[in-house]
Design a protein around this ligand. Structure first.
Ligand code: SME
Length: 159
């Protein structure tokens, strides 16, 4: 469980710092975005035992599924739809403590209970979002927001 992983590092902050360092070392000079985001998805999922971690790319005014780890997910999401489409539309990070309370939430997996979506912004435009799902209520807080945002700010520099 995520709690055990966090306990191993002493805090969620330390766990994120550690995995972000590992991700940067793992990516090194690799420039291929699919390869890199595939490994980012795997690294985060493994580190925290999240239900689903993955990316959607903005392509021709839709979000299209990119590299991910976890259960099968919906392939396309319209602007403003679901948590991902809303994060894209508003260029804002969104934390959903309970997906049942988010109007318009798109349920790709019935096991998903809470979620965080962070936009990847390049030259003031959202080019992708990272979506992280948990099978527990209220998994995500400002610590996840801070570190996932920091990771995304770095990822856009290598994409
Ligand atoms: N729940 C998301 C859809 C993507 S899946 O969870 C992987 C949403 O509401 O946008």
């Amino acid at each position: 469980m995520a709690e055990e992983i966090i306990q191993n590092f002493g805090s969620k902050e330390a766990a994120y710092s550690n995995i972000i360092l590992k991700i940067k070392a793992l990516i090194g000079n690799e420039k291929d975005p699919i390869a890199n985001l595939a490994n980012v998805s795997a690294a985060l999922k493994e580190a925290f035992n999240f239900l689903w971690v993955g990316f959607y790319f903005v392509k021709e005014n839709e979000l299209v599924l990119g590299p991910f780890q976890g259960p099968i997910a919906c392939t396309r999401i319209q602007k403003g739809h679901g948590v991902c489409g809303k994060s894209w539309e508003d260029s804002k990070l969104i934390i959903v403590e309970n997906i049942d309370e988010f109007s318009g939430h798109i349920a790709c997996s019935s096991a998903s209970k809470s979620e965080i979506v962070v936009p990847l912004i390049q030259d003031s435009k959202v080019i992708a979002v990272i979506d992280v799902d948990s099978n527990e209520i209220a998994t995500f807080d400002q610590v996840d927001a801070h570190y996932l945002n920091q990771l995304c700010e770095w990822l856009v520099t290598i994409m």
